[in-house]
Design a protein around this ligand. Structure first.
Ligand code: SIN
Ligand code: FE2
Length: 217
């Protein structure tokens, strides 16, 4: 086991943990690509800054968000939706960088979802104390495509629940470089993030960054 683990780590593949049918954590999968990811992230957020969106109910979201790709996820007083334009600039969201696309496709394939073609990447930035309450990702047209969710920076506890909000959640610790993929039977699982604990990470300071890849259209 230990030798396999080292061999896999050396190949930059990390190791995998099945959460359930259709759901897997690819431990440290993004680690070998972090330099390209952060360089691309910098370019994206200089064009489409991270901002606090407002929920349809009028609450300011504590997680700061931006997007890249053909369409971006938005929340405002009129609801949740995908839009090709960033309302901040009135211009299209920055294109999805090749490093992002390749990572998402490779992670999906490693989880058993070959041919994933994401057109949206939501960027979430968590400060200490911020959380993401339980929700389903269901604003996408094509539910046959999985979700690929990349964790960077300070650790988090991911909640992975069932098909109903009240179902019991698994608590999954996520570290820098971990990638969670869920699709198929698991595609509409409730999920969320517990409040981020104060910590420091060399790559992100006190923040946690999450990249969520989806096929929205
Ligand atoms: C999300 O559900 O959009 C983000 C999940 C995470 O930050 O890990
Ligand atoms: Fe989500």
């Amino acid at each position: 086991m230990t030798l396999d683990l080292f061999a896999e780590l050396e190949q930059g593949m990390g190791w995998r943990e099945e959460l359930d049918a259709g759901a897997v954590v690819l431990r440290r999968f993004a680690l070998p690509r972090q330099a390209e990811l952060f360089a691309a992230l910098e370019r994206i957020t200089s064009q489409a800054p991270l901002r606090h969106m407002v929920t349809p109910g009028g609450f300011r979201m504590s997680v700061a968000m931006s997007n890249c790709g053909a369409c971006g996820w938005l929340s405002d007083r009129s609801g949740y939706r995908y839009d090709a334009l960033d309302p901040h600039s009135g211009k299209p969201w920055p294109p999805m960088p090749q490093a992002f696309l390749q990572l998402a496709q490779d992670a999906a394939a490693a989880a058993g979802f070959a041919g994933f073609a994401p057109d949206a990447c939501l960027i979430n930035r968590y400060e200490p104390g911020t959380r993401l309450s339980l929700h389903q990702d269901k604003d996408e047209c094509d539910l046959s495509a999985p979700i690929v969710s990349v964790s960077l920076g300070v650790p988090a506890t991911f909640l992975f629940g069932g098909g109903q909000r009240a179902d019991k959640c698994r608590r999954v610790p996520l570290a820098h470089g971990d990638v969670v993929v869920w699709g198929g039977l698991a595609r509409l699982r409730y999920h969320g993030v517990l409040p981020i604990k104060a910590a420091q990470h060399p790559a992100t300071g006190s923040h946690r960054i999450n990249l969520t890849f989806r096929k929205a259209r």
